[in-house]
Ligand binder design. Structure first.
Ligand code: ADP
Ligand code: MG
Length: 654
């Protein structure tokens, strides 16, 4: 297939004659429809195909036969077909099992689902090469996700490659075109910019690099080329981050200096003594708000480290000079709650505290010291914000970068404070929020230990109910979180669980589809101790703050993501007593991770490893979907070096 030079179609270019910027339709077999599909995946020119790198690389181990030491590894084994069977599984699913006998006398099986016709492709005695992950099932060895090649095949070396899919384009075709490009490309026309200082060791010719990405001889060769392209991606990322930072620094914003007497008055409004970390953060924010330039700060701190108080202290320095502060929360419930607690802090202070959400519209006063809590409804075009001096975005992970920008553009260059509890791995934070200055709260308020989580199998639900009873008996309050409202009365839905628990406990429920007034009433009943148990959907996830809550039970925990589960457990143990989370359902990897550690940063990395960065951050918004070679976790060191290089260049330019 690979050699197309002779006997190929007349329209195919000669070796070395394919210009990098030629349109895709220059390739045999690519018509306008396919070209359009490829274009929507970002592949527009011939060279883009060369840059369409395979995603997964694993070292493949050649073996004469399966053995225990190879279990879990990607292997390539040759064997002769020993037996072929076809079985029908429930639901009319076909399973073809081919047993191979190896030269060393051992055997292994390869299984194929839903392809009953495959059986006849495996005549007894015929030899094949089988690639896949080796698993042990009892005493038998099975190769999972097998890829079977003719024994004469020239296997692809010791690295296994997988290309990402392009919607509407067959994988084999795509690979065929990539092969064609690699064979025919005019490499001399490829201009690779020089590597920045300090990273020159990654330089190679374009031909060496591209072949190493697609047809590596070994892992080391591939890794070297991958790093080269990873650096290029990191450089592009940081260039845009630096551009954003410079444009922010150039913007002139109103300055809000505070004098010592005002500082005293502000701190006196917070009903507790700040931790040292909180104090440092507040000091820094005050300093930045005093100018020059527009402030851009990312405040990171695990659930319960007390970000709200820091934000309010910062906000008050703006209010002290008759400014308007918009405090953006990701859910109505959270906005309502911030509004309620902060209103109490500021009673009689002269600061006008208001709530503005979809179900709670009100006009924003046009002058004087104002602190407005709201959801994204605040961003709608009809809301005007005269004198907007500071925008606070809580739980940033729920907002896209674009939304953040929309709000910033509303005001006259407001300062920006972004807060997040989703511990973003340092690498990602660097790249995503690199335009912001990061401040981290590590310390927790006194007496607030991290919340341990325990898995409870579905069959042991009664154990969870007994724990609820025990917590209530000791004067604690209990959250029960369900994955759905369950309006049809589904098992595990809020309504059904509520009905069951209401027989035994003083119990209320909340979900996103109820009226705001009813939701507030339910939360108030719970907060004031009329109810001991509050059942709800993940509207409870962020920020609901009830100090006496000691236990949270998550129904079907395996249906939630790591970040959500970690947030949820942060709802309890906020008072003097320790909190506990019971995660009911199947023990998924995510549930296991939450039970294993309380360290938010470790969890974030686990999350990223399980899901991939794109999903964690919303691919489109984060721009991480574009990454082909860079691995935001493994490449921390490369990211740092690329950032330093970009900064050094920036300094050189200005
Ligand atoms: P998060 O960082 O998760 O947003 P919050 O701001 O909601 O945390 O604070 C968590 C809880 O800790 C709240 O009940 C808050 O009132 C309390 N808190 C915050 N800072 C302190 C402190 N320095 N001392 C005592 N309690 C505090
Ligand atoms: Mg919070």
């Amino acid at each position: 297939m690979g050699s197309t030079a002779e006997g190929g179609l007349a329209s195919e270019p000669a070796p070395g004659a394919l210009a990098p910027d030629a349109p895709l339709t220059a390739l045999a077999g690519v018509g306008p429809t396919t070209a359009a599909r490829l274009a929507s995946a970002g592949i527009e020119k011939v060279f883009d195909l060369a840059l369409f790198f395979p995603r997964r690389y694993r070292a493949l181990r050649e073996a004469a036969g399966p053995d225990q030491s190879l279990v879990g590894e990607l292997v390539r084994i040759s064997g002769a077909v020993h037996k072929a069977t076809l079985a029908w599984l429930p639901g009319r699913r076909a399973m073809v099992t081919i047993t191979f006998a190896c030269d060393d006398g051992s055997t292994f099986a390869a299984q194929f689902f839903n392809q009953p016709w495959l059986k006849k492709n495996y005549p007894i005695g015929q030899r094949r090469l089988v690639e896949g992950t080796l698993q042990a099932k009892g005493k038998r060895f099975v190769v999972q996700q097998p890829k079977v090649l003719p024994i004469s095949a020239d296997p692809s070396g010791e690295v296994q490659l997988r290309y990402p899919e392009v919607e509407g384009v067959g994988g084999n075709k795509l690979q065929q075109w990539i092969r064609l490009v690699l064979d025919e490309l005019d490499y001399s026309a490829v201009a690779l910019p020089a590597m920045p200082e300090g990273l020159e060791e990654l330089s190679l010719t374009a031909e060496q690099l591209l072949l190493a990405m697609h047809r590596p001889r070994d892992v080391a060769e591939h890794e070297h080329a991958r790093k080269h392209f990873a650096v290029r991606e990191a450089l592009a990322l940081f260039r845009s981050v630096e551009a954003a930072r410079r444009s922010r620094e150039r913007r002139s914003a109103r300055a809000y200096p505070v004098d010592p007497e005002v500082c005293e008055r502000i701190l006196a409004r917070v009903p507790f003594a700040l931790t040292n970390d909180q104090k440092d953060a507040v000091e820094l924010l005050w300093q930045r708000l005093a100018g020059p330039g527009a402030m851009g700060v990312l405040l990171q701190g695990d659930v319960g480290t007390g970000k709200t108080a820091v934000a309010v202290a910062a906000a008050l320095s703006v209010c002290a000079r008759d400014g308007l502060v918009a405090f953006l929360a990701p859910t109505e419930l959270l906005a309502e709650q911030h509004f309620a607690s902060v209103s109490a802090w500021l009673k009689g202070s002269g600061v006008e505290v208001a709530l503005c959400t979809a179900s709670h519209r009100r006009d924003i006063p046009s002058s004087g010291p104002r602190l407005i809590f709201g959801t994204h409804a605040l961003m709608s075009g009809s809301v005007t914000m005269p004198g907007l001096g500071l925008v606070i975005v809580d739980e940033q992970h729920r907002f896209g970068v674009n939304q953040r920008m929309a709000l910033v553009h509303k005001g006259d260059n407001p300062h920006v404070l972004v807060m997040t509890a989703t511990p973003i791995p340092r690498t990602l934070a660097l790249a995503l929020f690199g335009d912001l200055d990061a401040v981290v709260l590590r310390e927790r308020p006194p007496g607030r230990a991290p919340v341990r989580a325990v898995h409870v199998p579905t069959a042991n639900w009664s154990r969870a109910v007994r724990s609820v009873a025990r917590a209530v008996r000791r004067g604690g309050k209990v959250f029960v979180v369900c994955p759905a409202v369950g309006e049809e009365g589904e098992k595990g839905g809020v309504l059904r669980v509520y009905e069951a628990l209401a027989k035994q406990f003083r119990c209320g429920y909340v979900h996103g589809r109820m009226k705001a007034s009813e939701r507030q009433r339910q939360v108030a009943l719970f907060r004031e101790g009329i109810h001991d148990v509050l059942v709800g959907t993940t509207v409870l996830e962020v920020g609901v703050d009830v100090p006496e809550a000691t236990l949270i039970v998550v129904v079907a925990a395996d249906r939630f993501g790591i970040a959500t589960l970690h947030q949820l457990r942060g709802r309890v143990g906020r008072g003097r007593r320790r909190g506990l989370a019971l995660l009911c359902g199947n023990k998924s990897e995510r549930v296991a991770a939450i039970c294993r550690t309380t360290d938010g940063f470790e969890l974030a990395e686990a999350d990223l490893a399980l899901r991939g960065s794109g999903e964690l951050l919303g691919t489109q918004q984060s721009g991480f979907g574009e990454l082909r070679a860079l691995d935001p976790i493994r490449d921390l060191d490369l990211l740092r070096r690329a950032r330093d290089a970009v900064r050094a260049q920036g300094r050189g330019a200005s």
